[in-house]
Design a binder for this molecule. Structure first.
Ligand SMILES: Nc1ncnc2c1ncn2[C@@H]1O[C@H](COP(=O)(O)OP(=O)(O)OP(=O)(O)O)[C@@H](O)[C@H]1O
Ligand SMILES: [Mg+2]
Length: 301
């Protein structure tokens, strides 16, 4: 099973939209897909479950918050007990051989993030346990049955996002082709590097036999690209080419800007890649899935 975090501490760049479409697209190709929603906004969760399903069936005791609470001895014994199956999208995946499951977010997740980070200041010896909680949860045998886990991160680089990095074989960085977003790629790279270094120092100091963290391979996906004559508009093209200079691989396929299509999709519980009507747009998403499959084949699990 390969673990991929969809991460960018910059908000509103299309992380959740990309996660849901890639997840559904991979499942439609026969992959066994798990999505994990690490954002207290729960946008990914409510892109697959109705608000009522989330509130009634998941919020009380079946969200990823329960797993992090286990650090204080109050959580479930296994992370796989938190897995839920969204029905509306599953109906589109029968006969594909693939499926899509999800571990949902909780609206108090950001409070848990802050509380755990504050607790660490008092008990620094729990640093490793707190940062590899998700990685350890995913070691459970039940998760080996999945081909890929996609983690939708919140727009910050707190303790929970660091957990995602520590659990990942690869990082996917959705980015808008504009000045501030491009700057964000560089700063995210530095944050990831600093975190891996800090984690490894802690391992050394504790004499812990756990594996050190490398910096996972990363790739940028351009989102909300404005097209003219099937080409990104001039101003965006220059930002896209500037990223090549940063040395981070980029997906050749870009996601076009289409508020009219992407805006309403989450309410229906089926991502655009499965339910969309725009032919060029769904073709582009399928191309993106093909590139993702190639990347997954390359990364070591
Ligand atoms: N390709 C696109 N074209 C137009 N609108 C888009 C596109 N992708 C996403 N959007 C819209 O932009 C908004 C933000 O997208 P999304 O929630 O996926 O971003 P995000 O990075 O996950 O945000 P956050 O940082 O808040 O988690 C949503 O309203 C979504 O419908
Ligand atoms: Mg999001």
């Amino acid at each position: 099973m390969k673990v991929v975090s969809v991460i960018n501490h910059k908000g509103g760049v299309g992380k959740t939209t990309l996660t849901s479409n890639l997840g559904a697209g991979l499942a439609a190709r026969g992959k066994k897909v798990l999505l994990i929603d690490l954002d207290s906004q729960a946008s990914l969760t409510v892109s697959f479950f109705t608000q009522a399903e989330w509130q009634t069936d998941l919020v009380p005791d079946r969200t990823i918050k329960n797993w992090f609470e286990g650090l204080r001895g109050e959580g479930p014994d296994s992370m796989s007990s938190l897995i839920a199956k969204p029905e509306r999208v599953s109906a589109y995946l029968t006969h594909t051989g693939g499926f899509l499951d999800l571990i949902s977010a909780h609206r108090d997740l950001s409070e848990v993030d802050t509380a755990l980070a504050a607790q660490l200041l008092l008990d620094p010896e729990h640093y490793l346990a707190a940062h590899r909680r998700l990685r350890e949860g995913l070691q459970e045998k039940a998760f080996a049955d999945y081909d890929v886990t996609l983690i939708d991160c919140a727009p910050n680089f707190g303790l929970i996002a660091k957990n995602a990095v520590a659990a990942s074989d690869m990082l996917l960085i959705p980015t808008r082709p504009d000045y501030l977003s491009i700057n964000g790629i560089d700063s995210l790279g530095r944050k990831v590097q600093a975190f891996a270094q800090e984690y490894n120092e802690q391992l050394g100091e504790a004499g812990d036999p756990g594996a050190p963290l490398g910096r996972p391979p990363a790739a940028v996906v351009f989102t909300m690209v404005q097209l003219h004559d099937n080409q990104p508009i001039e101003s965006q093209r220059s930002y896209i080419s500037r990223v090549s200079g940063l040395g981070v691989p980029t997906f050749q396929t870009t996601v076009r800007d289409s508020k009219a299509v992407y805006g309403p999709a989450p309410e229906y519980g089926v991502p655009v890649i499965l339910a969309g009507t725009g032919r060029a747009l769904t073709r582009e998403l399928r191309d993106l899935v093909s590139e993702m499959v190639a990347h997954l084949d390359e990364v070591a699990s």
